[in-house]
Design a protein around this ligand. Sequence first.
Ligand code: NDP
Length: 314
Amino acid sequence: MSIEKIKTLIIGSGPAGYTAAIYASRADLNPVLYTGMEPGGQLTTTTDVDNFPGYPNGIDGPKMMEELKAQAERFGTDVRIGEATKVTFAKKSDEIHEVIINHETVLHAKTIIISTGASAKYLGLESEQKLIGGGVSACAVCDGFFYKGQEVAIVGGGDTAAEEATYLSNICSKVTMLVRKDEMRASKAMQHRVNSKENIDLKYNSEVVEVLGNNVVEGLKIINNKTQKTEEINITGFFVAIGHKPNTDLFRGQLDMDKTGYIITNGKTTKTNIPGVFASGDVQDKEYRQAVTAAGTGCMAALDAERYLASIGD
Ligand code: NDP
Protein backbone atom coordinates (compact mmCIF):
# COMPACT_ATOMS: atom_id res chain seq x y z
CA MET A 1 0.00 0.00 0.00
CA SER A 2 1.48 3.36 -1.02
CA ILE A 3 1.34 6.15 1.51
CA GLU A 4 0.97 9.70 0.25
CA LYS A 5 3.23 12.20 1.98
CA ILE A 6 1.76 15.65 2.53
CA LYS A 7 3.31 18.79 3.92
CA THR A 8 0.12 20.46 5.13
CA LEU A 9 -3.20 18.69 5.51
CA ILE A 10 -6.32 20.75 6.14
CA ILE A 11 -9.38 18.92 7.43
CA GLY A 12 -12.65 20.77 6.86
CA SER A 13 -14.03 23.15 4.26
CA GLY A 14 -15.76 26.02 6.02
CA PRO A 15 -14.42 29.57 6.10
CA ALA A 16 -11.63 28.50 8.50
CA GLY A 17 -10.40 25.61 6.34
CA TYR A 18 -10.49 27.54 3.06
CA THR A 19 -8.82 30.62 4.55
CA ALA A 20 -6.08 28.38 5.98
CA ALA A 21 -5.78 26.89 2.48
CA ILE A 22 -5.45 30.30 0.80
CA TYR A 23 -2.65 31.33 3.15
CA ALA A 24 -0.93 27.94 3.16
CA SER A 25 -0.90 27.65 -0.63
CA ARG A 26 0.42 31.18 -1.05
CA ALA A 27 3.22 30.25 1.38
CA ASP A 28 4.14 27.16 -0.68
CA LEU A 29 3.01 24.69 1.95
CA ASN A 30 1.33 22.61 -0.81
CA PRO A 31 -1.88 22.10 1.16
CA VAL A 32 -4.28 19.26 0.57
CA LEU A 33 -7.77 20.00 1.89
CA TYR A 34 -10.34 17.32 2.60
CA THR A 35 -13.84 18.72 2.57
CA GLY A 36 -15.58 16.34 4.98
CA MET A 37 -19.14 15.17 4.48
CA GLU A 38 -20.66 18.66 4.40
CA PRO A 39 -18.51 20.51 1.83
CA GLY A 40 -18.63 24.22 2.61
CA GLY A 41 -19.70 23.69 6.21
CA GLN A 42 -22.49 25.44 8.08
CA LEU A 43 -22.73 28.36 5.65
CA THR A 44 -24.14 26.06 3.02
CA THR A 45 -27.26 25.73 5.16
CA THR A 46 -27.89 29.46 5.26
CA THR A 47 -29.21 31.73 2.53
CA ASP A 48 -27.88 35.29 2.41
CA VAL A 49 -24.71 36.14 4.30
CA ASP A 50 -24.97 39.84 5.00
CA ASN A 51 -22.32 40.26 7.66
CA PHE A 52 -19.12 39.14 5.94
CA PRO A 53 -17.03 42.23 5.21
CA GLY A 54 -16.54 42.97 1.53
CA TYR A 55 -19.98 42.00 0.27
CA PRO A 56 -22.03 45.21 0.43
CA ASN A 57 -25.03 43.50 -1.13
CA GLY A 58 -24.66 40.25 0.80
CA ILE A 59 -23.86 36.90 -0.73
CA ASP A 60 -25.59 33.56 -0.88
CA GLY A 61 -23.93 31.17 1.66
CA PRO A 62 -23.24 28.27 -0.75
CA LYS A 63 -21.96 30.75 -3.39
CA MET A 64 -19.59 32.29 -0.87
CA MET A 65 -18.17 28.86 -0.09
CA GLU A 66 -17.71 28.12 -3.82
CA GLU A 67 -15.80 31.37 -4.17
CA LEU A 68 -13.60 30.59 -1.17
CA LYS A 69 -12.88 27.18 -2.69
CA ALA A 70 -12.02 28.76 -6.06
CA GLN A 71 -9.74 31.24 -4.31
CA ALA A 72 -7.90 28.43 -2.49
CA GLU A 73 -7.57 26.44 -5.73
CA ARG A 74 -6.28 29.46 -7.61
CA PHE A 75 -3.13 29.31 -5.46
CA GLY A 76 -2.75 25.56 -5.81
CA THR A 77 -4.68 24.00 -2.93
CA ASP A 78 -5.59 20.42 -3.76
CA VAL A 79 -9.26 20.26 -2.67
CA ARG A 80 -10.55 16.71 -2.33
CA ILE A 81 -13.91 15.32 -1.35
CA GLY A 82 -13.46 12.89 1.50
CA GLU A 83 -13.66 12.45 5.21
CA ALA A 84 -10.88 11.81 7.70
CA THR A 85 -11.94 8.65 9.52
CA LYS A 86 -8.89 7.98 11.73
CA VAL A 87 -5.96 10.01 12.94
CA THR A 88 -2.83 9.03 14.79
CA PHE A 89 -0.83 12.01 15.81
CA ALA A 90 2.96 11.90 15.82
CA LYS A 91 5.10 10.47 18.50
CA LYS A 92 7.65 13.16 19.28
CA SER A 93 10.47 11.33 17.47
CA ASP A 94 9.08 11.17 13.93
CA GLU A 95 6.93 14.31 13.60
CA ILE A 96 4.64 12.55 11.12
CA HIS A 97 0.90 12.40 11.64
CA GLU A 98 -1.06 9.58 10.06
CA VAL A 99 -4.54 10.22 8.74
CA ILE A 100 -6.86 7.75 7.08
CA ILE A 101 -9.41 9.07 4.60
CA ASN A 102 -12.69 7.25 3.97
CA HIS A 103 -11.39 4.22 5.91
CA GLU A 104 -8.87 3.37 3.17
CA THR A 105 -6.44 6.04 1.93
CA VAL A 106 -3.42 6.52 4.20
CA LEU A 107 -1.72 9.92 4.38
CA HIS A 108 1.33 11.05 6.27
CA ALA A 109 1.27 14.77 7.06
CA LYS A 110 3.95 16.93 8.60
CA THR A 111 1.41 19.43 9.80
CA ILE A 112 -2.36 19.35 10.15
CA ILE A 113 -4.88 22.15 10.42
CA ILE A 114 -8.16 20.98 11.93
CA SER A 115 -11.17 23.04 10.81
CA THR A 116 -13.95 20.53 11.22
CA GLY A 117 -16.37 23.08 12.69
CA ALA A 118 -19.33 22.54 14.93
CA SER A 119 -22.87 21.51 14.19
CA ALA A 120 -25.89 23.27 15.61
CA LYS A 121 -28.14 21.03 17.63
CA TYR A 122 -31.77 20.87 16.56
CA LEU A 123 -34.81 19.59 18.41
CA GLY A 124 -35.15 16.75 15.93
CA LEU A 125 -38.83 17.24 15.12
CA GLU A 126 -39.80 16.23 11.60
CA SER A 127 -41.69 19.50 11.10
CA GLU A 128 -38.59 21.44 12.20
CA GLN A 129 -36.20 19.58 9.90
CA LYS A 130 -38.54 20.10 6.93
CA LEU A 131 -38.51 23.87 7.39
CA ILE A 132 -34.76 24.47 7.85
CA GLY A 133 -34.10 27.31 5.41
CA GLY A 134 -37.85 28.04 5.29
CA GLY A 135 -38.00 30.00 8.52
CA VAL A 136 -36.20 27.59 10.88
CA SER A 137 -32.68 28.76 11.66
CA ALA A 138 -29.97 27.98 14.18
CA CYS A 139 -28.30 31.38 13.86
CA ALA A 140 -30.11 34.57 14.82
CA VAL A 141 -27.16 36.77 13.92
CA CYS A 142 -27.13 35.26 10.42
CA ASP A 143 -30.85 35.19 9.69
CA GLY A 144 -32.63 37.49 12.17
CA PHE A 145 -32.64 40.40 9.77
CA PHE A 146 -35.00 38.55 7.40
CA TYR A 147 -37.69 38.80 10.09
CA LYS A 148 -37.43 42.51 10.68
CA GLY A 149 -40.66 43.82 12.20
CA GLN A 150 -42.13 40.30 12.42
CA GLU A 151 -43.00 37.95 15.27
CA VAL A 152 -40.53 35.14 15.93
CA ALA A 153 -39.78 32.49 18.56
CA ILE A 154 -36.58 31.09 19.97
CA VAL A 155 -36.03 27.90 21.95
CA GLY A 156 -33.27 27.44 24.55
CA GLY A 157 -32.34 28.75 27.96
CA GLY A 158 -28.55 29.11 27.78
CA ASP A 159 -26.34 32.11 27.08
CA THR A 160 -26.73 31.69 23.33
CA ALA A 161 -30.52 31.70 23.48
CA ALA A 162 -30.54 34.69 25.83
CA GLU A 163 -28.09 36.62 23.67
CA GLU A 164 -29.92 35.77 20.46
CA ALA A 165 -33.34 36.58 21.96
CA THR A 166 -32.00 40.00 22.94
CA TYR A 167 -30.53 40.46 19.47
CA LEU A 168 -33.82 39.49 17.83
CA SER A 169 -35.81 41.77 20.12
CA ASN A 170 -34.01 44.74 18.58
CA ILE A 171 -35.10 43.71 15.08
CA CYS A 172 -38.40 41.89 15.46
CA SER A 173 -41.70 43.17 16.83
CA LYS A 174 -42.07 40.29 19.30
CA VAL A 175 -39.90 37.39 20.43
CA THR A 176 -41.38 34.40 22.24
CA MET A 177 -38.63 32.64 24.18
CA LEU A 178 -39.30 29.02 25.10
CA VAL A 179 -37.39 27.53 28.04
CA ARG A 180 -38.09 23.91 28.91
CA LYS A 181 -37.34 24.18 32.64
CA ASP A 182 -38.68 26.67 35.18
CA GLU A 183 -35.35 28.48 35.10
CA MET A 184 -32.76 29.54 32.57
CA ARG A 185 -29.24 28.20 32.45
CA ALA A 186 -27.95 31.53 31.11
CA SER A 187 -25.84 33.81 33.32
CA LYS A 188 -27.71 36.22 35.57
CA ALA A 189 -26.47 39.17 33.50
CA MET A 190 -27.89 37.63 30.32
CA GLN A 191 -31.18 36.83 32.04
CA HIS A 192 -31.41 40.40 33.18
CA ARG A 193 -31.01 41.61 29.61
CA VAL A 194 -33.81 39.29 28.47
CA ASN A 195 -36.09 40.38 31.30
CA SER A 196 -35.52 44.04 30.53
CA LYS A 197 -36.89 43.69 27.00
CA GLU A 198 -40.57 44.44 26.81
CA ASN A 199 -41.09 42.61 23.54
CA ILE A 200 -39.65 39.28 24.77
CA ASP A 201 -42.40 36.99 25.99
CA LEU A 202 -40.60 34.47 28.18
CA LYS A 203 -42.39 31.16 28.57
CA TYR A 204 -40.94 28.70 31.07
CA ASN A 205 -41.76 24.97 31.16
CA SER A 206 -42.52 25.25 27.48
CA GLU A 207 -41.63 22.80 24.74
CA VAL A 208 -42.24 22.77 21.03
CA VAL A 209 -44.57 20.05 19.81
CA GLU A 210 -44.66 21.03 16.14
CA VAL A 211 -43.47 23.73 13.79
CA LEU A 212 -46.48 24.76 11.73
CA GLY A 213 -46.41 25.60 8.02
CA ASN A 214 -45.89 23.73 4.77
CA ASN A 215 -43.18 25.60 2.90
CA VAL A 216 -42.52 28.40 5.35
CA VAL A 217 -42.94 28.74 9.09
CA GLU A 218 -46.38 30.00 10.06
CA GLY A 219 -46.51 29.14 13.74
CA LEU A 220 -45.63 26.82 16.57
CA LYS A 221 -47.62 24.37 18.61
CA ILE A 222 -46.23 24.41 22.13
CA ILE A 223 -46.99 22.58 25.36
CA ASN A 224 -46.58 23.59 28.95
CA ASN A 225 -44.92 20.53 30.46
CA LYS A 226 -46.36 21.25 33.93
CA THR A 227 -49.99 21.82 33.03
CA GLN A 228 -49.93 19.80 29.75
CA LYS A 229 -51.82 22.68 28.15
CA THR A 230 -51.08 23.19 24.47
CA GLU A 231 -51.39 26.39 22.48
CA GLU A 232 -50.52 27.69 19.03
CA ILE A 233 -48.63 30.89 18.39
CA ASN A 234 -48.25 32.72 15.09
CA ILE A 235 -44.68 33.40 14.04
CA THR A 236 -42.73 33.64 10.79
CA GLY A 237 -39.26 32.74 12.11
CA PHE A 238 -38.21 30.00 14.51
CA PHE A 239 -34.72 30.05 16.00
CA VAL A 240 -33.16 27.03 17.65
CA ALA A 241 -30.49 27.91 20.22
CA ILE A 242 -30.00 24.74 22.24
CA GLY A 243 -26.24 24.45 21.81
CA HIS A 244 -23.66 23.28 19.32
CA LYS A 245 -21.62 20.14 19.10
CA PRO A 246 -18.01 20.55 17.99
CA ASN A 247 -16.99 17.97 15.40
CA THR A 248 -14.13 16.53 17.41
CA ASP A 249 -15.05 12.90 18.08
CA LEU A 250 -12.22 11.82 15.79
CA PHE A 251 -9.61 13.50 17.96
CA ARG A 252 -10.87 12.41 21.37
CA GLY A 253 -8.13 11.07 23.61
CA GLN A 254 -5.38 12.65 21.51
CA LEU A 255 -6.05 16.38 21.67
CA ASP A 256 -6.79 18.43 24.76
CA MET A 257 -10.44 19.49 24.79
CA ASP A 258 -12.72 21.26 27.21
CA LYS A 259 -15.56 19.38 28.84
CA THR A 260 -17.89 20.05 25.93
CA GLY A 261 -15.42 18.78 23.36
CA TYR A 262 -14.02 22.03 21.94
CA ILE A 263 -10.31 21.79 21.13
CA ILE A 264 -8.16 23.85 23.47
CA THR A 265 -5.65 26.09 21.73
CA ASN A 266 -2.67 27.70 23.34
CA GLY A 267 -3.21 31.38 24.25
CA LYS A 268 -3.76 33.55 21.23
CA THR A 269 -2.35 30.93 18.85
CA THR A 270 -4.01 28.02 17.05
CA LYS A 271 -1.55 25.50 18.53
CA THR A 272 -3.01 22.37 20.08
CA ASN A 273 -1.16 20.21 22.62
CA ILE A 274 0.42 18.23 19.73
CA PRO A 275 3.29 20.00 17.93
CA GLY A 276 2.41 20.55 14.28
CA VAL A 277 -1.34 20.21 14.81
CA PHE A 278 -3.40 23.39 14.75
CA ALA A 279 -7.11 24.10 15.18
CA SER A 280 -9.11 26.93 13.64
CA GLY A 281 -12.73 27.99 13.38
CA ASP A 282 -15.73 26.81 15.39
CA VAL A 283 -14.00 23.59 16.42
CA GLN A 284 -12.06 25.67 18.95
CA ASP A 285 -14.48 28.57 19.47
CA LYS A 286 -17.79 28.41 21.27
CA GLU A 287 -17.97 32.16 21.91
CA TYR A 288 -17.98 33.98 18.59
CA ARG A 289 -18.75 31.36 15.91
CA GLN A 290 -18.92 33.79 13.00
CA ALA A 291 -17.70 33.17 9.46
CA VAL A 292 -15.35 36.13 9.70
CA THR A 293 -13.84 35.02 13.03
CA ALA A 294 -13.45 31.47 11.71
CA ALA A 295 -11.69 32.85 8.63
CA GLY A 296 -9.40 34.89 10.89
CA THR A 297 -8.31 31.85 12.86
CA GLY A 298 -7.85 29.91 9.61
CA CYS A 299 -5.31 32.53 8.56
CA MET A 300 -3.62 32.24 11.96
CA ALA A 301 -3.42 28.45 11.67
CA ALA A 302 -1.68 28.66 8.29
CA LEU A 303 0.84 31.15 9.68
CA ASP A 304 1.39 28.94 12.75
CA ALA A 305 1.88 25.92 10.48
CA GLU A 306 4.36 27.80 8.31
CA ARG A 307 6.41 28.79 11.36
CA TYR A 308 6.28 25.27 12.72
CA LEU A 309 7.54 23.81 9.44
CA ALA A 310 10.37 26.34 9.39
CA SER A 311 11.27 25.38 12.97
CA ILE A 312 11.66 21.70 12.04
CA GLY A 313 13.78 22.69 9.06
CA ASP A 314 11.25 22.16 6.29
P1 NDP B 1 -25.88 25.53 26.59
O1 NDP B 1 -25.56 24.08 26.49
O2 NDP B 1 -25.26 26.33 27.67
O3 NDP B 1 -27.47 25.71 26.75
C1 NDP B 1 -28.35 24.99 25.98
C2 NDP B 1 -29.76 25.39 26.38
O4 NDP B 1 -30.66 24.73 25.51
C3 NDP B 1 -30.13 24.98 27.79
O5 NDP B 1 -30.98 25.95 28.36
C4 NDP B 1 -30.89 23.67 27.58
O6 NDP B 1 -31.90 23.44 28.53
C5 NDP B 1 -31.57 23.96 26.26
N1 NDP B 1 -31.87 22.73 25.54
C6 NDP B 1 -31.04 21.73 25.20
N2 NDP B 1 -31.69 20.78 24.52
C7 NDP B 1 -32.98 21.20 24.44
C8 NDP B 1 -34.14 20.65 23.86
N3 NDP B 1 -34.12 19.50 23.22
N4 NDP B 1 -35.29 21.36 23.96
C9 NDP B 1 -35.33 22.54 24.59
N5 NDP B 1 -34.27 23.11 25.17
C10 NDP B 1 -33.10 22.45 25.09
O7 NDP B 1 -25.56 26.10 25.13
P2 NDP B 1 -25.27 27.59 24.65
O8 NDP B 1 -25.12 27.53 23.19
O9 NDP B 1 -26.28 28.52 25.20
O10 NDP B 1 -23.87 27.95 25.29
C11 NDP B 1 -22.72 27.14 25.03
C12 NDP B 1 -21.53 27.72 25.80
O11 NDP B 1 -21.14 28.97 25.23
C13 NDP B 1 -21.85 28.01 27.26
O12 NDP B 1 -20.71 27.72 28.03
C14 NDP B 1 -22.14 29.50 27.27
O13 NDP B 1 -21.89 30.09 28.53
C15 NDP B 1 -21.16 30.00 26.20
N6 NDP B 1 -21.64 31.24 25.59
C16 NDP B 1 -21.23 32.42 26.13
C17 NDP B 1 -21.68 33.62 25.61
C18 NDP B 1 -21.19 34.87 26.19
O14 NDP B 1 -20.57 34.82 27.24
N7 NDP B 1 -21.44 36.00 25.57
C19 NDP B 1 -22.59 33.69 24.46
C20 NDP B 1 -22.98 32.38 23.98
C21 NDP B 1 -22.51 31.23 24.55
P3 NDP B 1 -31.57 22.89 30.01
O15 NDP B 1 -30.99 24.03 30.75
O16 NDP B 1 -32.92 22.49 30.45
O17 NDP B 1 -30.63 21.75 29.84
